[in-house]
Design a protein around this ligand. Structure first.
Ligand code: B1M
Length: 210
């Protein structure tokens, strides 16, 4: 079994303590950080499918999430380019009612490496908090909102509406997360939708420098 396969198997099994070492071994073996990350994202898909079919429950999902976060810690220096230019500030958070943060953290990491100063509001962020953060920070170019549940897509809509109604200017609103589509993003008035963390960073740079 290749090291990447071992990372996948152990992540799916929630072997939290083993993941850091295995990810490091996969890197040492010459695997690309991007490929290891993709393997871990695929594993989280498998975990989600097992949850859907009742094979595992919330605690197991939580353990897998913890294992993934540990693996990402090892990958971070290999994924981040350490850009020194400043593209401005990006406010990021997972919308109200939603506790999923792995995808949001990946988006944050990729944007930081592209050259943004990141202000991470965390999870379960009410719409008003995004507005307050835009007011409280200088040179905000992007507000990035993540949602992982179909039930929190309404909170995404509310967040975009609240930001637009605030009358604050000078920033673009980006949205993303598994249930979000380009059509939905357009329908709620977001400025951009991207399907993954890498494309989110590319789009954010494009929007901030346009
Ligand atoms: Co939850 N969960 N979960 N969960 N969970 C999902 C999302 C689910 C699809 C599982 C399933 O049923 N198959 C399902 C949602 C169904 C739906 O609504 N469509 C689900 C459910 C139902 C729930 C609960 C309701 C379960 C319950 O309690 N009965 C509950 C809700 C809690 C809440 O939020 N209020 C719940 C809880 C949890 C845990 C807390 C246990 C844990 C999260 C821990 C954490 O995040 N710290 C958890 C987990 C781990 C998952 C799965 C298994 C994995 C999520 C993940 O981290 N994926 C997930 C199944 C799955 O995703 N297939 C599932 C890896 C991550 C890298 O991908 O976050 O999609 P993702 O991010 C991607 C893209 O979406 C994108 O970039 C990333 C890739 O580069 N992206 C953006 C994300 N944000 C972006 C923003 C952007 C652009 C791109 O621009 C701003």
């Amino acid at each position: 079994m290749s090291k990447i396969e071992e990372v996948k198997v152990n992540l799916e099994a929630g072997k939290t303590k083993l993941i850091k070492g295995l990810v490091q071994e996969a890197l040492d073996e010459g695997s690309k950080a991007e490929d290891i990350l993709q393997a871990m994202i695929d594993s989280m898909g498998v975990v989600g499918d097992k949850f859907s079919t009742g094979e595992i429950f919330v605690p197991e999902m939580l353990i897998a999430a913890k294992a993934m976060s540990r693996g990402v810690e090892v990958l971070k220096p290999h994924l981040a380019s350490g850009a020194s230019t400043s593209l401005g500030t990006c406010i990021i958070g997972t919308v109200a009612g939603d506790l999923h943060d792995i995808g949001k953290n990946l988006v944050s990491m990729m944007m930081e490496s592209t050259g943004f100063k990141m202000v991470d509001l965390g999870v379960d962020v009410p719409a008003d908090k995004f507005v307050e953060a835009v007011k409280a920070n200088e040179n905000v170019k992007i507000v990035a909102c993540s949602a992982l549940l179909t039930t929190t897509m309404a909170a995404l809509k509310k967040t975009v509406e609240t930001l637009k109604e605030s009358g604050l200017k000078g920033f673009k609103i980006m949205v993303g997360g598994a249930p979000v589509t380009a059509e939905f993003a357009a329908s709620i008035g977001a400025d951009a939708y991207t399907p993954d963390a890498g494309s989110a960073a590319v789009k954010a740079k494009e929007l901030a420098t346009a």
